[in-house]
Design a protein around this ligand. Structure first.
Ligand code: IPE
Ligand code: IPE
Ligand code: MG
Length: 249
């Protein structure tokens, strides 16, 4: 069945969607191409999903583009991924402004090559007043690394007692301090794991796995994931009965 935007409930959209864009390598293999061609093809999905998310009215879209562990891939692949990131930002900066999309980034950004880091900060600056959607790229990102970085910052504070530390306090030291926790996580390519993504923030996120490889992922797949999300009951530890009573009140 092909879903149309009319078939999802616009009033019950996930505010924040995060995507683990996986399967570029397998897509390439299937099409008898090299892995880098798979990543290039994956960029088409990136552009399409950013545009569609904005059109649908998603407020926060986060894309897992490069993990802290991905640095261990073969050098030529890492270099190609960094170049693709740079080309994307150079090419799309103006489009992001036109579409009123604010670019944000999370991860150990100072590990990025100088050129990529520069164009990233330039584009974030260029789009800083945009408010239609916040697009966050997770780059050189690891969830454990993020927690360690937060703990390090907290341990450098003076005048702090253990009674000051609660969830709200701790969250302020994460890379995501200015964005809400994700409502929906989508992982493509059939893998059922979160691969070190947003370990703290995913506590109550709904997870949707699809076998579709990232370079094949388009609007209809996104709508299907949203529609599936809308069929779920988010209970946050409560009973279904309690939730029904709350709806009435
Ligand atoms: C996702 O595709 C892109 C990145 C991790 C950068 P992969 O490159 O992981 O593709 P597979 O998992 O090998 O198919
Ligand atoms: C997760 O994909 C990272 C990104 C999509 C950027 P991987 O392909 O690196 O994850 P694993 O190694 O299969 O867990
Ligand atoms: Mg992979």
């Amino acid at each position: 069945m092909k879903l149309d935007i009319k078939e999802i409930d616009i009033k019950n959209l996930p505010s924040h969607i995060v995507i683990i864009m996986d399967g570029n390598g397998r897509w390439a293999k299937k099409n008898k191409l090299d892995r880098i061609s798979g990543h290039r093809q994956g960029m088409k999905s990136v552009k399409s999903i950013i545009t569609e998310s904005r059109k649908i009215g998603i407020k926060y879209l986060t894309l897992y583009a490069f993990s802290a562990q991905n640095w261990n891939r073969p050098r030529p692949e890492v270099n190609a991924l960094m170049e693709l990131l740079q080309f994307y930002l150079i090419e799309e900066g103006k489009t992001l402004v036109e579409k009123d999309i604010r670019l944000n980034a999370i991860g150990r950004l100072n590990s990025l090559p100088k050129n990529a880091y520069e164009v990233l900060t330039e584009t974030m600056n260029l789009t800083k007043n945009c408010s239609g959607m916040t697009l966050t790229l997770a780059l050189s990102y690891g969830g454990r690394e993020e927690i360690i970085d937060a703990v390090k910052q907290i341990s450098n504070l003076t005048n702090i007692s253990s009674s000051d530390i609660d969830e709200e306090f701790f969250s302020k030291f994460l890379y995501t301090s200015d964005i809400p926790d994700p409502d929906l996580l989508i992982r493509t390519s059939g893998e059922h794991r979160i691969s070190n993504l947003l370990l703290w923030q995913l506590a109550y996120t709904e997870i949707y796995f699809t076998k579709t490889l990232w370079p094949d992922f388009r609007k209809r797949h996104l709508l299907k994931a949203i529609s599936n999300y809308q069929s779920r009951e988010r209970r946050f530890g409560l009973t279904g009965e309690q939730l029904k009573k709350r709806e009435i009140l």
